[in-house]
Ligand binder design. Structure first.
Ligand SMILES: Nc1nc2c(ncn2[C@@H]2O[C@H](COP(=O)(O)OP(=O)(O)O)[C@@H](O)[C@H]2O)c(=O)[nH]1
Ligand SMILES: [Mg+2]
Length: 241
């Protein structure tokens, strides 16, 4: 069993060293492959990452394209049996991959999400704005409504997939709409999304958080788009011969 961990990075010079250290030190009980995708950072992050070239696989984009683009670059270049996503900030704890992997190893499982909902920090107002928490709850509710899922945290970064599943998905996302797109495609493909409780240490906009309210609107559009494309193709296959 080998786990590929993709780290999409854009202007994270304050946290990139620490998150790579935590990833390297995490004892997950399986072989790890760390893949860093630098999305044309211009704050000195790229120069820091260059020091890791002999230890990890690194891809450099020649223009800023978005987190979704960076993830797709990573998926194309991975060699593990499973893949996980690790943001380049310190909001998540790589040791939590271990409990997610335990679930991943159960027979028939292809998707595991780490859920932040039960963690004490999810609503911690001082560091994270409430808007992110409420936006996340709304997107999770909408996902459950449209896809009949029973999720507690859809927009979590900690998503883990069997490599053959993620490689089979026709992903088109460029920015943060990776989350709703991959959730929609997994559910429509009939895959149960397993959730495991994880920890969470939210950061504030001032500390570099880049996601914005309009990303939630894009997420809503993507959730509707895949639901209705699916309905349309079902109706078409039934009535239009
Ligand atoms: N590759 C890439 N990554 C990005 C971009 N914008 C943000 N990220 C990364 O995506 C991750 C999540 O960003 P963040 O603002 O913390 O949003 P979160 O999804 O709410 O945690 C971080 O690792 C960022 O460096 C981008 O344009 N390109
Ligand atoms: Mg983050």
């Amino acid at each position: 069993m080998k786990l590929s961990i993709i780290v999409p990075v854009y202007n994270e010079r304050n946290t990139i060293r620490e998150i790579l250290k935590r990833l390297e030190e995490a004892d997950l009980g399986v072989e790890k492959e760390i893949i860093i995708v630098d999305d044309y950072s211009i704050d000195g992050t790229r120069e820091i990452i260059k020091n890791y070239e002999n230890r990890h696989k690194i891809f450099y984009h020649d223009r800023n394209c978005g987190k979704g683009c960076a993830l797709r670059t990573g998926f194309a270049g991975l060699s593990g049996d499973w893949v996980a996503i690790q943001d380049a900030d310190l909001e998540y704890d790589p040791n939590d991959f271990k409990i997610m992997l335990a679930k991943a190893m159960e027979p028939g499982v292809a998707v595991v999400y780490g859920s932040r909902r039960g963690h004490q920090n999810y609503f911690k107002a001082r560091r994270s704005s409430h808007a992110f928490a409420i936006g996340g709850i709304f997107l999770t509710w909408l996902t459950n409504l449209l896809y009949g899922t029973n999720l507690t945290d859809e927009p979590t970064c900690y998503k883990m997939f069997k490599t053959e599943l993620i490689k089979s998905m026709p992903l088109m996302c460029r920015r943060f709409e990776f989350c709703p797109e991959v959730t929609a495609l997994a559910s429509l493909g009939g895959h149960h999304i397993n959730e495991i409780p994880i920890s969470y240490y939210p950061r504030h906009k001032k500390e570099g958080k880049k996601i914005r309210w309009h990303d939630a609107i894009t997420a809503v559009k993507v959730l509707f788009k895949y639901r209705f494309l699916d309905l349309y193709s079902r109706v078409k296959s039934r009535f239009i011969k």
